[in-house]
Design a protein around this ligand. Sequence first.
Ligand code: C5P
Length: 227
Amino acid sequence: MNYTVVLPAAGSGKRMKANKNKLLLELFDKPIFLYTLEVFQQDPACEAIWLAVKEEERQIIDQYVTKYKITKVHGYADGGMERQDSVRACLEAIPPCGVVLVHDAARPFISQDVITRLVETAKACGAAIAAVPVKDTIKKADNGIITETVDRNALWMVQTPQAFTYDLILKAAKAAVEDGFLGTDEAMLVERLNHPVQIVESTYENVKMTTPEDLIYGKAILESQIQ
Ligand code: C5P
């Protein structure tokens, strides 16, 4: 089943403590976002890649796209203030298609197997998201005093990709703007429409490069892939 992937790539380097977009930081010999692009370039089911980028970074990103022969990049949309705005700009730019995958450009270690299962599940159910079971004990607290220990058997740590049928995610994104709703992932926008969202179990390696320690972990993952 073919799909189009939308990659929000217009963030900053604040939590990474970098003075530029963290996606431009290198893991060994190339910037983080190129690892992500290569996964989709190499997937025969991926028909088109669309990126949300900051206007001032479009040229540098496009130069890398050309240099590394990422031929599936079909276009760019202007990134917005919030991640949700960046994703919506891409969704509004892409031509209608069957399944759309939304994936953080900052998650370079997504596995092909998870992508395939997400696309198949979204085709069957409309909405599917990658997630892993919570490993730690989770507690709620008020002013530092525990108020509840949450049953972790029901808890998932949500990642991207998140896969949807095109009509559903476009409708959900438009409804969110109309209602002034800001979510932290695309699934939330679909959940608001009372549409079921199916979890697809992912891998713990699919970490988002967010803080400096993540770069150490990212390099270790790459080294383990070479061995
Ligand atoms: O900041 P965070 O890592 O959670 O962002 C997730 C993804 O969304 C990153 O790939 C980042 O570049 C992107 N993003 C964006 N537009 C924003 C904020 C984040 O495209 N305004």
